[in-house]
Design a protein around this ligand. Structure first.
Ligand code: GLU
Ligand code: ZN
Length: 297
């Protein structure tokens, strides 16, 4: 059975970009008689906005995007991430890293997909060495020179060589917070997610997630990365670019707008939002979605 999900971070309210992701993942799941789960990615309290999680959920309800089961909160699942890290430690696939930001920057082998490429200063340390230290280390995953590739349902074939393009990456930060990359892989596997439909900004994270799935013996979900919605300056809509809050009185217009961005056919007049969604489920075709970014205003 198809199991999909929407996994917002409660760093701000739902905006047009996150609505697009919610609607697309919902329609893809429902059109395949699948389950659609909601997971709140509240792993980084300093970046969160008080009340955002509840506001996102009530916005989803207002749009008649009803999820299956209980909402899962990553903040309550640290034990699962710790168990996965312990398995990687036992296989010596991770090592403690005591480097300061300064060292990382000074020694970096250039900029990669996700910031500075770690030069491996601490790569010869093993797990035991973290015990003797007073400082809490970050934990990094050893990356290899193999090519990690996958075929995305919207963006086509993508590949990375993790050691060259990203470098050994952090799974647990020195400040004690779990990295998104580990949490998402553990949760997708634990929740039986087999289809991931999400924003294009995460395309570059996918090879890291596939690599982690392979090391942890998890199966690989199918991926579809949606086109990015940008403002007229070509910037991704986000809290930083001041994405306007959605006007919930204009729900039908907003839904129709999102369906147009997704390349779906124009729906007829309807009596209710749920009729509009049912129509969209029946006519949903993932292959109509264009891979290119869409400028909105
Ligand atoms: N929480 C992530 C975000 O809001 C999405 C994670 C995912 O879909 O894998 O950007
Ligand atoms: Zn280090």
């Amino acid at each position: 059975m198809y199991v999909g999900r929407f996994a917002p971070s409660p760093t701000g309210l739902l905006h047009i970009g996150s609505l697009l992701t919610a609607v697309a993942s919902y329609l893809d799941a429902r059109s395949r008689e699948g389950r659609w789960l909601v997971r709140m990615e509240d792993l980084d309290p300093p970046r969160e906005m008080p009340g955002a999680a509840a506001a996102i959920l009530s916005a989803l309800e207002a749009f008649e995007l009803h999820w299956d089961g209980e909402v899962v909160y990553q903040s309550k699942r640290h034990h699962l991430y710790a168990a996965a890290l312990a398995r990687l430690k036992a296989q010596e696939l991770v090592y403690p890293c005591f480097c300061s930001r300064k060292t990382i920057q000074a020694e970096a082998q250039g900029m990669g997909t996700d910031g500075f490429i770690y030069a491996g200063h601490c790569a010869s340390l093993n797990a035991d060495m973290s015990v003797c230290s007073e400082k809490m280390p970050a934990w990094r995953l050893r990356t290899g020179t193999d090519i990690t590739g996958f075929t995305d349902a919207i963006q086509g074939y993508k590949q990375q060589c993790l050691s060259r393009d990203v470098g050994d990456f952090v799974l647990l930060r020195a400040d004690g917070f779990w990295a998104y990359q580990l949490a998402v892989v553990v949760d997708d596997a634990d929740q039986g997610i087999n289809h991931v439909v999400r924003g294009q900004d995460l395309l570059l994270s996918t090879p890291r997630q596939i690599y982690l799935q392979q090391l942890l013996g998890f199966s690989q979900p199918a991926y579809a990365h949606l086109p990015l919605l940008t403002n007229t300056l070509g910037q991704k809509w986000s809290k930083q670019t001041q994405a306007p809050a959605l006007d919930l009185r204009r729900r039908e217009t907003l839904l129709r707008q999102v369906l147009t961005y997704l390349g779906q056919p124009q729906a007829p007049e309807v009596d209710s939002l749920s009729d509009l969604l049912s129509w969209a489920v029946q006519h949903w075709q993932l292959k109509r979605i264009s891979p290119q970014a869409i400028a909105t205003n």
